[in-house]
Design a protein around this ligand. Sequence first.
Ligand code: ADP
Ligand code: MG
Length: 258
Amino acid sequence: LLEVSGAVRRYRIRGQREQLRAVDGIDLTIPKGRTVAIVGESGSGKSTAARLALRLERADAGTIRYRGTDLAGLRGKDLLAYRRAIQPVFQNPYASLDPRYTIAQVISEPLRVHGVGDATTRRKSVETLLDRVALPAAYADRRPHELSGGQRQRVAIARALALDPELVVMDEAVSALDVLVQDQILDLMVSLQRDQGLSYLFISHDLAVVQLVAHHVYVMRAGKIVESGDPATVFHSPQDPYTQQLVAAVPRPRQQAS
Ligand code: ADP
Ligand code: MG
């Protein structure tokens, strides 16, 4: 579905001659219907990679192809179509949901922006979408501050699903949630994938979470991919010293003191 090849993204930093290579030549493939993860510590370039995939920013070098088409050349109608096919879910569900909007308005906004349906059909879509993320229909008329963190993230997912995307980019989308709620959202992701063949780019600093959902994981450090493979292998026998550090940092169940 998505093929990233040699992608580079540099930023000019004030007062510095050298540009920062936030993403420094990464290769990455997202097959249809799969979950591909990028894991790495803060500042390793994960969100920059996400913005390149979402075409919120352009790569300075390398190519990103979606179904074989280079994103760099997309404009007009084709760019609009791409913005429907790939949808983001970000970390902080409160900051990303307008507090003045009702949940119905939040979820239907992408439909309005893309001119899909009329007020009546959009309201119907909101109900279907709420159901899909296991929230009661009555939540349509509530506002974000009336919901828990997990519920808000379900709303963010419902909104991302409104335009029936093929790929959802989740950038630290469960990182702010406590472990039980994280599990519920991850279950939801898996069931949506099973039912609708969704693909995910799942970004997290937390290797333990990644292992639960990803079919393939890329480990990023300082803009580069230092290791990749199936998550169980990367998790249980990391080859790169940096990945070994990440694994060692994952909290493990401790023995009960007697
Ligand atoms: P991560 O998501 O893994 O924490 P980011 O992609 O956000 O990493 O950042 C990678 C590096 O690029 C960091 O050093 C960050 O400070 C820098 N960076 C990110 N966005 C910008 C920007 N718009 N301008 C300048 N530097 C940036
Ligand atoms: Mg980030």
